[in-house]
Each structure stands twice: as structure tokens, then as C-alpha cells.
Design a protein around this ligand. Structure first.
Ligand SMILES: NC(=O)c1ccc[n+]([C@@H]2O[C@H](COP(=O)([O-])OP(=O)(O)OC[C@H]3O[C@@H](n4cnc5c(N)ncnc54)[C@H](OP(=O)(O)O)[C@@H]3O)[C@@H](O)[C@H]2O)c1
Length: 298
């Protein structure tokens, strides 16, 4: 018996829609729409959310809908996002991939100083293992290069954690093409997480490299649509034609843009989560994909 008393579900599960998957690192098969768990904390990604029970309900709904990739970081809260994930979902269902990150410190709301010293990364990973109640983290990502630490030293720490069996796969984030190449000399990089959306496509070169190498690309801030979504703009027009919102079209466009694209939209609301899942049903024509892409470049 459904908890909603038998009403038709607002959102389909991902299992019921045509949703292709991507295999991270050759063995972690995930559906291509993930969930970003940064927004389940307090304002400024600082402290607990106003309603922790609602945040846990949201996380359980993520899994119910068939999403099997959750992105988080020790710095979200800090610690709050990882703790809520463990409280809501542990013991985890088979196949759920929790991708976390280390390499930033928190000194207050909205402040994200970098700290990717090898010894600090190892401490962070140990703490994430404890908070997430895991013996091994499936995907551990270096949150950002630290200008005070040679990049190869930070990446080398993740390689050592992998050799010790504490993490299965290594991902990197906020990197240039050169940093991606440098990291790949040290360890197999299975994902890159960079800012990428309709308004900001500065990581196009990194995305193309990921596509060539079959590396998963997690675009962060995927929902930004900016001026494209203004009334009468290209996104607004196409959204109306699909009876959708500009945010949904932005997600559909990302999914159509590349087979290695793994968007991780973040939300604190079940309603928005369900709306984002519905976006996976939207099939844009090739003309629409091109029209949206070229409007962005213009
Ligand atoms: N690697 C990095 O440096 C880095 C940096 C930033 C983020 N991230 C990761 O990327 C994930 C996504 O990034 P993000 O949260 O910055 O950006 P986003 O997912 O593009 O946008 C999130 C914002 O959009 C709103 N939203 C979500 N769904 C919506 C919908 N259907 N309609 C209208 N508004 C909607 C959310 O508000 P509501 O809560 O009201 O829904 C929230 O304010 C994060 O959760 C985190 O996991 C990584």
C-alpha cells in the first residue's frame, strides 16, 4: 500500500522511464541523474537544516525514485550532509553510490578555504568513512586544487587511500584540462566534477576530454539558466512546448549533451526533486539541443 493513500505518483521512478546509465570506473553502474546533497544543510551550507526530519524524508525519496548516485562532501554543513545521509539511508541499499569529497575547510557560512594537504585529506577520508558508516567509499573526490599544495601531492594522497582499500575510485573537481592530465599520471580518474550549465560552459574542454576517455562528468550548479529562461527566450519557448519548466529543460539538455554527463541537481524540497526526475522523461529533438546550445554561446 502506498503511503500517499493510492494517489498516482507525482513523479515516476527513474526505473520506469527511459533512462540510460553510465558505468563509473568500469564497475559502478548508475543512472545518469544523481542527487546533490549540498542543499540539505542550513543557510550558507552551514549548520543543520531547519527541519532535519524533512531532509531525511527527502533523502529517502531520492532512493525511492531510483536515484543511485548521491554527491556530498565533508564540508557541507560541515559534516551535516554526510551525517543526515547515514541517518536516513544506512544500511544502504545495494547499488547506491555515495560520492563524497575532501579538501575544503569551513570557517563560517559561505566560506570555503582550501586545505588539500595529504595528511589532512587522509584525516578527512577517515572521518567521512566513520560518518557515512562505510568500510570503503565508492567514489572519493578531491574537492578542489589547493594553491598552497602541489596538485600531485594531493592526488597522491587519494591514490594511497585507494591502495589501502579505503576508497574504491578517485574523482577530482574544479580542475583545468592540465590538472586533469596531471592527476591521470598519478591515479585512474573516474569522474570530474566541474561547474557547468547552460550559462557557464567554460569547462567545455574538460567535458570533451572526459567524453574521449569515458570519464564521468558531474556538472555542478546544473540548473543555472539565467537570461536564457527569460519570458520569450529560447528556454522558455522550448519549455512551453514540452509543458515543462526551464529548469527541467536545462537538465534534459545536459543529459542530451553528452553520454558521460551525470547531473547532480541539488534541492531541499521533495517537490523540486520530483520535478527534476520528471526532466529525465523529456526528449529534446536534435534541433532543440542545437538551438539551446547555440543560444548559450551567443
Ligand atoms: N564540486 C564543487 O565545488 C561543488 C560546488 C557546488 C555544488 N556542488 C554539488 O553540486 C550539486 C548541485 O549544485 P547546486 O546545488 O549548487 O546547484 P543546482 O542543483 O543547479 O541548484 C540548486 C538550487 O536550485 C533550486 N532548485 C532545485 N531544483 C529546482 C527546480 N526543479 N525548480 C526550481 N529550483 C530548483 C534549489 O532550491 P530548493 O532547495 O528550493 O529546491 C537550489 O537553490 C550540489 O548539491 C553539490 O552536491 C559541487
Amino acid at each position: 500500500m502506498r503511503r500517499d493513500g493510492g494517489r498516482a505518483p507525482v513523479a515516476p521512478s527513474l526505473a520506469s522511464v527511459r533512462m540510460d546509465s553510465f558505468t563509473i570506473g568500469g564497475d559502478l553502474e548508475v543512472r545518469r541523474l544523481g542527487f546533490g546533497a549540498m542543499r540539505i544543510t542550513g543557510d550558507g551550507i552551514w549548520g543543520p537544516p531547519d527541519d532535519p526530519e524533512e531532509a531525511k524524508r527527502l533523502l529517502r525519496r531520492v532512493v525511492e525514485l531510483g536515484i543511485d548516485l548521491i554527491d556530498t562532501a565533508d564540508s557541507y554543513g560541515p559534516e551535516v550532509s554526510e551525517n543526515l545521509i547515514a541517518e536516513a539511508l544506512s544500511p544502504y541499499p545495494d547499488g547506491l553510490v555515495i560520492a563524497t569529497k575532501g579538501g575544503l575547510r569551513r570557517s563560517g557560512p559561505g566560506q570555503w578555504p582550501r586545505d588539500a594537504r595529504p595528511e589532512r585529506l587522509k584525516e578527512c577520508c577517515e572521518a567521512s568513512l566513520r560518518r557515512l558508516k562505510l568500510d570503503r567509499i565508492d567514489l572519493y573526490q578531491l574537492h578542489s586544487p589547493d594553491p598552497n599544495v602541489p596538485y600531485r601531492d594531493s592526488v597522491g594522497a587519494l591514490k594511497e587511500l585507494q591502495d589501502e582499500g579505503k576508497i574504491l575510485h578517485v574523482g577530482i573537481s574544479n580542475v583545468s584540462l592540465e590538472q586533469l592530465a596531471e592527476a591521470r599520471e598519478i591515479v585512474e580518474v573516474v569522474t570530474v566534477q566541474n561547474r557547468y550549465n547552460l550559462e557557464d560552459r567554460r569547462s567545455e574542454d574538460v567535458l570533451e576530454a572526459c567524453e574521449r576517455e569515458r570519464i564521468g562528468f558531474l556538472p555542478w550548479f546544473p540548473l543555472a539558466t539565467g537570461r536564457l529562461a527569460e519570458p520569450g527566450g529560447p528556454l522558455d519557448r522550448i519549455a512551453r512546448e514540452h509543458d515543462a519548466t526551464p529548469a527541467q529543460i536545462a537538465l534534459a539538455w545536459l543529459l542530451a549533451r553528452s553520454p558521460v554527463m551525470l547531473p547532480i541537481p541539488g534541492t531541499s524540497s521533495v517537490e523540486h526533486l520530483e520535478e527534476n526526475v520528471v526532466a529525465t522523461r523529456i526528449e529534446l529533438s536534435q534541433d532543440e539541443v542545437v538551438a539551446i546550445g547555440s543560444a548559450t554561446e551567443g
